[in-house]
Ligand binder design. Structure first.
Ligand code: DLL
Length: 441
């Protein structure tokens, strides 16, 4: 097992390093970014007040709108001539958010992703199949530089062209594949269509992330492809992939790269810290970034923290898998639910395929959610043959009851033939909103 020194450091050592780096970061942003200087002055933030990492709560938050308001380079802390890379995330509305990297930033990122790949089971000398999209999205290039830094032969396949992905997997014999969980399922399904067994490839490990997925989805993927699947998390505003990564030994939460990021979890309504183990919004402060340092960035992602030592030996704080983004939370007659929670229960039902979408409609004055889910091929034929649709109704009722009992919401269920829902080549679309207003139901 390849372990970086910091990954097994004591809490005290980690905190000491974090404090030095926090002080450096605050000094840098105060001197170099007019936006932060103004905001710190407004909040009465004095740099000498930061004598412990717990003082971070004295700082104002940064939100996506702040990035958009300073589009494209307004929050950069270095002159443009020091940049060697720029990424942007599309976002659903308005201007994209733009992030920049110096040479040192790219080196740090590559080192962190190399650590992440090693954590997932990747080894120098092996082959890494990188099916994250290359381009403005940080997934492709992020994993690419990490793979090379670890010493893996990195294949820059990018997303899409699934037939070609399969040929490359067969011919190059990679041990590790990187892509979104939904795209890996898509690849596996295509293999089956081509009469190939997805369990019989050279692949041993999957580095899967960039979208929420449940524990049941992990089990489905591991079963279908005979691999170990680990969760990788990150966001372009903070760096890209590699902010945290699950180890293949425990598969029990994602180790946060605490030497580069300070994490907090807050209640998104009160903005106060929540205790470890409780769900809240992840907030990140970068500790080493030169071009685009970020202070108390509200990620919008819901997760919890666990500070116990992991059985892999790493001491860094772990985050739970992300339940979802606050924006993707459905509020149905006062009950909050994330698509990943529905997925968690849905995939425990026999004869269900791991392909689903939640459609938000308006029926009369009432709004409602329809869960569209595919069933296994043989079953669907059997159901169609059944004149009184007994079996289809039983299955719908079973799904409805399970979701009602566990998530406390009532959904309409629409059972579909295999391959009727769109397949993703990147981030899967789980919610389709047919009404233009908010998701409040
Ligand atoms: O998705 C970076 C990335 C690339 C992560 C490849 C992992 C692998 P953005 O496009 O800026 O960056 O989107 C960031 O995606 O705030 C989360 O809402 C979501 N997300 C990322 N990783 C996970 C994950 C990349 N493992 C946004 N689980 C984040 C759940 C995730 N959601």
């Amino acid at each position: 097992m390849i372990l970086h020194k910091i990954e097994t450091a004591s809490k005290m050592e980690i905190e000491r390093l974090q404090l030095i780096r926090l002080q450096e970061t605050l000094t840098r942003v105060y001197e170099k970014v007019p936006y932060y200087r103004k905001k710190f002055d407004e909040y009465g933030v004095k740099l000498e007040d930061f004598q412990s990492i717990r003082d971070v709560i004295k700082l104002p938050f940064t939100v996506k709108k702040d990035l958009r308001d300073h589009y494209p380079f307004g929050l950069f802390a270095v002159p443009q001539s020091d940049l060697i890379r720029i990424h942007a995330s599309s976002g659903t509305s308005g201007k994209p958010t733009v992030v920049g990297y110096t040479k040192k930033d790219i080196q740090n990122w590559a080192d962190l992703v190399a650590r992440s790949i090693a954590m997932s089971g990747g080894q120098p000398g092996e082959i890494l199949h990188n099916a994250y999209g290359y381009g403005l999205f940080t997934g492709g290039l992020g994993l690419h530089y990490g793979g090379e830094t670890l010493g893996m032969a990195t294949v820059p396949v990018s997303g899409g062209n699934t037939d070609r992905q399969i040929t490359i997997i067969e011919d190059f014999n990679p041990t590790v594949i990187c892509c979104t969980p939904s795209y890996l399922l898509n690849i596996a399904e295509k293999m089956e269509e081509l009469g190939k067994n997805p369990r019989e490839t050279s692949l041993k490990f999957g580095i899967l992330g960039a979208e929420p997925w449940s524990e049941e989805m992990r089990q489905t993927i591991e079963r279908k492809l005979n691999i170990k699947a680990c969760d990788i998390y990150g966001l372009s505003e903070v760096m890209g992939p590699g902010v945290s990564m699950e180890c293949h030994e425990a598969q029990d939460g994602l180790h946060i790269a605490e030497d580069h990021f300070l994490v907090e979890v807050i209640d998104p309504n009160t903005l106060l810290p929540v205790p470890d183990g409780e769900d809240g919004e992840l907030v990140f402060t970068s500790l080493t970034k030169e071009a685009f340092p970020i202070i108390r960035y509200r990620s919008g992602d819901i997760a919890s923290l666990n500070r116990d030592k992991c059985k892999c030996g790493r001491t860094t704080v772990r985050m739970s898998r992300v339940k979802g983004r606050i924006d993707d939370m459905l509020i149905i007659r006062g009950i909050n639910v994330f698509p990943s929670e529905i997925e968690h229960f849905l995939l425990t039902i026999k004869n269900i395929e791991p392909h689903y979408q939640l459609h938000v409609f308006k029926k009369g004055s009432l709004q409602h959610i329809e869960l569209q889910v595919e069933v296994m091929g043989e079953l669907f034929t059997a159901i169609r043959g059944d004149m009184n649709h007994g079996e289809i109704n039983t299955l719908k009722k079973q799904i409805q009851n399970l979701i009602k009992n566990h998530c406390l919401i009532t959904l309409d269920v629409n059972v579909l033939q295999p391959k009727s829902l769109p397949r993703s080549e990147g981030k899967a679309v789980r919610i389709v909103n047919h009404i233009n207003e908010s998701m409040q139901v």
